[in-house]
Design a protein around this ligand. Structure first.
Ligand code: MN
Ligand code: MN
Length: 298
């Protein structure tokens, strides 16, 4: 079972890198340094990046990655979600850790970790997704915190991060039953008791993915389209990743053309509705008859 072996291999790499990230003091470092470090650690271990490392700070829950030479710097008061992905032949490991240096926010981090652990503990073939959502929600609410209801985990397929099924973070109507041979990511997001418990789209968009391979009739833009397909397939990418081939200003201009022609989709950052801080924890797993294989446990 090649796919299974590749999931395990990608998971081991992503899990190791995540644990190194957890142990590192990032205060005074820029998000650019974090992204470049984490992405190079993934590649060094023989995997490709499944998506640009997300470094989403405080009320930004997800989908922020560093701009080229981004000077945004981590302070002692920041809560930083570092979400990373490794892939082998398109089989993805998706995992995240929240780092923080102010003990005031420890309960948020622990809430996300406990919810993830409780979800993993109950997981096996035959479990209903709505029951997983209920467990995550209850774990978080029992701590006086609020889960982000409109962010969820997801099924994974080759070269596809969001493969159609959602692993909910709250009890919700409509359910499926977990089966063997399918990989999923579980990722509880937690905010404070004052949070809205929902995210909305922010203005910044710096993560992209191919949406269509239809030619734009702009020769240079089409060249970038081919480059994206050949290097990233349908997986997300960042402007930083185009700078091996293009000057920054050319890359920005061509990417803008591709976004305008809808050949490339731009993902907005997701921000907590009341502007409250958000923590996240994430594992990739494959259910089995007795329990679960957490691929991203090193
Ligand atoms: Mn993730
Ligand atoms: Mn995910």
């Amino acid at each position: 079972r090649m796919a299974y072996d590749d999931y395990i291999k990608a998971g081991k790499i992503a899990g190791e890198v995540r644990e190194n990230v957890r142990k590192t003091d990032w205060v005074g470092k820029t998000v650019y340094e974090i992204c470049e470090y984490v992405e190079s650690e993934i590649r060094k271990r023989g995997a490709k990046c499944a998506f640009p490392v997300n470094t989403s700070i405080n009320e930004v829950a997800a989908h922020y990655t560093a701009e080229p030479n981004d000077e945004l710097t981590i302070t002692e008061d920041d809560l930083v979600k570092i979400d990373l992905g490794a892939q082998i032949d398109g089989y993805i490991a998706d995992t995240a850790v929240t780092v923080c240096y102010n003990p005031q926010y420890d309960t948020l981090v622990q809430g996300a970790e406990s919810a993830l652990n409780n979800a993993m503990s109950m997981m096996k073939v035959g479990v209903k997704s709505s029951d997983v959502g209920r467990t995550i929600e209850k774990t978080i609410k029992d701590l006086g915190l609020i889960p982000i209801g409109n962010l969820s985990g997801h099924s994974l397929e080759q070269y596809t991060i969001h493969a159609g099924r959602s692993v909910p973070n709250i009890w919700s109507i409509g359910s499926f039953t977990f089966q063997e041979e399918q990989a999923f990511a579980c990722e509880p997001f937690v905010t404070t008791g004052e949070g809205l418990g929902f995210v909305h789209e922010g203005k910044v968009k710096n993560i992209f993915a191919l949406a269509s391979r239809k030619k734009t009739k702009d020769k240079e833009a089409d060249e970038m389209l081919d480059y994206i397909w050949n290097n990233f397939n349908l997986l997300p990418f960042a402007l930083r990743w185009l700078l091996e081939k293009w000057e920054e200003k050319d890359a920005r201009r061509l990417l803008e053309i591709l976004v305008k022609k809808k050949a490339v989709h731009a993902y907005p950052v997701l921000v907590e509705g009341n502007g409250e801080r958000v923590a996240q924890a994430e594992h990739t797993f494959i259910p089995n008859e007795n329990g679960v294989t957490i691929t991203t446990n090193p």
